[in-house]
Design a protein around this ligand. Structure first.
Ligand SMILES: [Zn+2]
Ligand SMILES: [Zn+2]
Length: 149
């Protein structure tokens, strides 16, 4: 891939970049916040091109991720390489993942590993609520009364 980047392409690449004290921002066309660079009629993510210029080819199946969490940043030392799983984890950590895993059930019980059970269909279920539901159906009452200690 790096051999496909001619000097002209490299110059064109850097002409789209504005260097700040921290991030080097892609000022050209962006898609979902990521810089897009076309080389040999192929569209590539600009930060991936930057990685390739700095380090060579990206191993198959791996992604180029941002330390700085700025998608448009193409500064090589803000980039690191990781697997797709790292990418997903990274997004969850940074709160960008669309499907956030809920931390509490609808009744406000904390859904930690002690309090989560799984239904047959793989859905997460609050154990406390499930136990309450079971107790209710056993006693045939609608609301479990608070227990005095
Ligand atoms: Zn950056
Ligand atoms: Zn609950």
């Amino acid at each position: 891939m790096s051999s496909l980047l001619t000097e002209r392409a490299v110059n064109r690449f850097w002409s789209n970049v504005r260097k700040t004290d921290s991030c080097w921002l892609w000022e050209g066309y962006r898609n979902y916040g990521y810089g897009v660079f076309s080389v040999n009629r192929r569209l590539m993510r600009a930060h991936r091109v930057s990685w390739i210029m700095a380090h060579g080819e990206i191993p198959k199946g791996l992604c180029v991720l941002h330390h700085c969490d700025v998608p448009a940043c193409v500064r090589p030392d803000h980039l690191f390489i990781g697997s797709q799983a790292d990418n997903v984890l990274d997004c969850i950590k940074k709160g960008r993942h669309r499907q956030r895993i809920p931390t509490h059930c609808k009744n406000g019980h904390l859904l930690d590993s002690d309090n989560v059970c799984y239904r047959k269909n793989g859905w997460r279920r609050c154990r406390k609520c499930r136990n309450l539901d079971r107790a209710r159906s056993r006693k045939r009452i609608t609301i479990a009364p608070p227990r005095a200690r």
